[in-house]
Design a protein around this ligand. Structure first.
Ligand code: LLP
Length: 426
């Protein structure tokens, strides 16, 4: 059976494996729920992205800045750092994580609409690669903060190319109505202002049009607008050293769904860039496409609850571990780790007291109580968006490397989840 997106999770003789490790062994050793990542899959994804860039003359001088928000476990950041990645961050916290994981500050891109003065100062002192500035007010603030501490801030403006990425409205970010970036029409004046500010150095142009985009065309449309702006700026004597095209490359979530390769996304962009004669570097901020299919969420069936209208498989994981189905109606394949029992249709639900607490609905599954289920394509925006809702300790994270399974985040204890709280009063 082919599972979506990666050969590193596969069924072998009726049992699902992560690389060389049977998933029931992981469940027995570390307990459930737990996230399981394949190291080989992570390496393969990063290498495929790098190879698509290296294969093209216009991609040689490029930097892949992994979007830390997507999965910020130190082991994953460290792996990408060793493969040569830079990092796209959106908070001071993410910068600290990157540095703690051995990432290089001079390969860090700082995005986000709400950078505080303290975060700017932290990033300037660390010596990051560049700031993606998202408003006129931020431009002025960054200049002020840099001046105060005697630094020059390298910047791009994040422009809003107003293209429709045809994705879920919550994750479309390049439309005119979005809170992100500055309007294309305002960009020339803002760049003119930026070059006058003494503590800023204009380096590039940035955009990020959305996430889980499976059509290469919106990226080409966005690049076209960036090239127009670049030409305009160069006429004004403003040199652009890099174009940051953001992330957003979509992945397969459904069984049998074809993957769009990095080459499918990137080659048309690199062709266009080469044809334009612009020798500037390309920066990418991929997240989901590097980690999404490289992880799964392993859970146990607690109860089977059969009803007249619906059957429920109540599992030991829930929306606090994986919010995407509840928040976006996102589809994750759910596969029994060792199929058995009689087949029936189930809503796979967690123990949380909300009707929206489901992992999947109307799934045909051959399962019994006590069986393990794998919720697939859960490497991206999964653990990273987890919470302690219903006082549920956050799940463990395991990295599989060949025949080894290594704990990269131990399961939280309930006591840890309330350790910061104090009782007040008599
Ligand atoms: N760069 C910027 C500025 C971003 O805002 C994002 C994602 C990325 C890069 C990485 O995009 P990716 O390559 O992963 O598509 N929680 C939602 C997705 C939110 C996307 C936020 N921004 C989900 O679970 O689908």
């Amino acid at each position: 059976m082919t599972l979506p997106g990666t050969p590193f999770f596969a069924m072998r003789e009726g049992v699902m494996y992560a690389e060389e490790v049977p998933l029931p062994d992981i469940a027995a050793r570390f307990g459930t729920p737990c996230y399981v990542y394949s190291r080989a899959a992570l390496i393969e994804r990063f290498s495929a992205c790098q190879a698509a860039l290296n294969a093209h003359p216009a991609g040689k001088n490029s930097l892949i800045c992994y979007a830390v928000k997507v999965n910020s476990n130190l082991a994953i950041l460290n792996l990408f750092a060793r493969l040569g990645a830079g990092f796209d961050i959106v908070s001071g916290g993410e910068l600290k994580r990157v540095l703690a994981a051995g990432g290089r500050a001079d390969k860090v891109m700082f995005s986000g609409v709400g950078k505080s003065e303290a975060e700017m100062e932290l990033a300037l002192n660390a010596g990051i690669f560049s700031f993606n500035v998202e408003s006129a007010a931020e431009l002025e603030r960054l200049n002020r903060v840099a001046g105060r501490i005697g630094r020059i801030a390298p910047i791009s403006l994040r422009v809003n190319p107003d293209v429709d990425p045809k994705t879920h409205p919550y994750i479309a970010t390049g439309l005119k109505t979005s809170k992100f970036g500055v309007a294309m029409n305002d960009a020339p004046d803002l760049y003119a202002r930026a070059v006058k500010l003494p503590n800023l150095a204009v380096r590039g142009i940035d955009c990020h049009i959305g996430s889980q985009i499976t059509d290469p065309l919106p990226f080409a449309e966005a690049l076209e607008r960036l090239l127009d702006l670049m030409e305009h700026l160069e006429k004004q004597g403003i040199a652009i050293h890099h174009l940051d095209l953001g992330g957003g490359f979509g992945i397969p979530y459904r069984m049998g769904e074809a993957a769009v390769s990095f080459a499918d996304f990137l080659t048309p962009l690199l062709d266009r860039l080469q044809q334009s004669g612009q020798g500037c570097a390309i920066v990418l901020e991929p997240g989901r496409s590097l980690v999404g299919n490289a992880g799964l969420l392993l859970a146990k069936v607690e109860y089977l609850k059969m009803g007249a209208e619906k059957n429920f498989a109540v599992v030991d994981t829930a929306m606090n571990d994986l919010l995407r189905p509840a928040l976006y109606g996102a589809w994750h394949e759910i596969v029994p780790v060792s199929p058995g029992g009689t087949e029936a249709f189930y809503d796979v639900v967690g123990p949380i007291c909300e009707s929206g607490d489901f992992l999947g609905q109307d799934r045909k599954l051959a399962i019994s109580e006590g069986d393990y289920l794998a919720v697939l394509s859960a490497g991206a925006y999964s653990f990273a968006m987890s919470s302690n809702y219903n006082s549920r300790p956050r799940a463990a994270e395991i990295m599989v490397d060949g025949a080894d399974a290594v704990l990269i985040r131990r399961r939280e204890t309930v006591e840890e989840s309330f350790a910061l709280e104090r009782i007040h009063g008599e």
